[in-house]
Design a protein around this ligand. Structure first.
Ligand code: C6P
Length: 415
């Protein structure tokens, strides 16, 4: 194994940050927990836990429906969280921020509400070779129903999209572009601004699946000029069940609702229903009130730390881990894009990724093993699965060292 120089970010007090995340201080299988599965779900800071608990202890009630004290308090907290989201992603209008259960629901909402209304037979939808299933299957279902055509931007062997081929794909039949912002399986950061500008030359709207971007970089929807953007709260330090679909107001207004039910209507008779305005039109039924208030608290938390220092720290951590892992004989990195965030996918010669995951777990290390809901990526790299390490700003260089030592043990077991 080659020696690798360890770097340290001076501006980031990782121990102070770790103290905000109670789950990190436990032991697993007798070893300190090393949590490296943040791409699946990140951990939750005290601020979010306390806010959720305050809601459940003091405010729990349904929203938008009651004139009573508790309902008003819950409504204010819920709508307050929406305001925080608006500022966090720099939306023009709070009505452009729709609460969804997560990215999957956000994409399905657009495929249904926009796609079914505006996409027809022979129209083309562009996605990419590195999409998560959540950004493949809803479009395939739409294409099947409408007779539309799904086109796929190819990638190179580093796991980077081939932008020339994308530009050549755009034409007057293109009706929608839906792109992963940061790959969950490879870590590639895609040049989304360029992708959006090229689509807009043809008047084509673009959706960004920013599930893996929002926790690791500032995502400014006005600066990017994306038409839709979606992310999941549970990957950015909030509870599961929270998430956002951002859409430009003029597009959301002309779309069909996704689900029908309470709170999304203006009037209902047996003859005809008229719909509520934004954002309620897309929020049928009782939403995940506690989780979305938690999302607001997660934004408060992110606003309370130095995010630029956090991003820089994560970059250094990724660089250090990449160097150390690639120095281990038998380890092959899958995805070596020049622009990457948070993720290292790898295989070990003659060891199934599930065995890697299981043996690492015995050392208290949580990684994900599998196809990461990105089977076409696995097919492209001709592997059944990978092991995946995904960082957050509370991970440490020492944890990378523990990981590397444990991977060496995995190799020794199978030697
Ligand atoms: N990726 C992972 O371990 P939901 O499940 O709706 O919160 O998010 C779906 C999703 C969509 N797009 C991307 C880029 C994602 O990474 C995910 C979720 C997790 O990689 C679970 S498969």
């Amino acid at each position: 194994m080659k020696a690798v120089k360890k770097m340290k970010s001076n501006d980031w007090d990782v121990e102070k940050i770790r103290a905000d995340f109670p789950v990190l201080s436990q032991t697993v299988n007798g070893k300190p927990l090393v949590y490296l599965d943040n791409g699946a779900s990140s951990q939750v800071p005290n601020l979010v836990i306390e806010r959720g608990s305050k809601y459940l202890q003091e405010e729990h009630s349904n929203i938008h429906r009651g004139v009573h004290y508790l309902s008003q308090k819950a409504t204010n907290a819920y709508e307050g969280a929406r305001e925080k989201v608006k500022r966090f992603i720099n939306a023009r209008d709070v009505k452009e921020c729709i609460f969804v259960r997560g990215c999957t629901e956000g994409i399905n909402l657009v495929a249904h509400g926009y796609g079914r209304k505006f996409i027809g037979a022979g129209d083309e939808i562009i996605i990419s070779a590195m999409e998560h299933h959540a950004n493949i299957v809803p479009w395939q279902m739409l294409c099947e129903e409408k007779g539309a055509i799904l086109r796929v931007i190819p990638m190179n062997e580093r796991g980077e999209l081939i932008i020339d081929e994308y530009e050549a794909m755009l034409n007057e039949r293109t009706k929608f572009v839906s792109i992963i912002h940061v790959s969950n399986a490879l870590g590639t950061i895609n040049p989304v601004k360029e992708i959006i500008q090229a689509a807009h030359k043809f008047g084509v709207p673009v959706l960004l699946d920013s599930a893996q971007a929002v926790p690791h970089m500032a995502v400014d929807v006005q600066d990017l000029d994306c038409d839709f953007m979606t992310f999941s709260g549970h990957k950015m330090f909030a509870p599961t069940g929270s998430g956002i679909l951002y859409g430009k107001k003029e597009l959301l207004e002309k779309m069909n609702p996704f689900q029908g039910g309470g709170d999304m209507i203006r009037t209902v008779t047996f003859e005809k229903t008229t719909y509520a305005g934004l954002p309620n039109k897309f929020e049928a039924g009782t939403p995940a009130i506690a989780s979305n208030i938690g999302l607001g608290a997660a934004i408060d938390y992110l606003n309370s730390i130095d995010r630029d220092a956090a991003f820089q720290y994560e970059e250094e951590l990724l660089k250090y881990a990449t160097e150390r892992l690639s120095a281990i004989e038998g380890v092959k990195l899958i995805g070596t894009a020049r622009e990457k965030a948070s993720v290292i996918s790898f295989t070990i010669e003659n060891v199934h990724p599930h065995d890697i995951g299981t043996i690492l777990d015995q050392s208290g290390i949580a990684v994900r093993a599998g196809h990461h809901c990105a089977q076409p990526v696995m097919q492209f790299f001709q592997v059944p699965a990978t092991a995946r390490v995904s960082f957050a700003f509370y991970n440490t260089f020492e944890e990378v060292d523990v990981l590397v030592d444990s991977i060496q043990k995995v190799i020794d077991v199978f030697a």
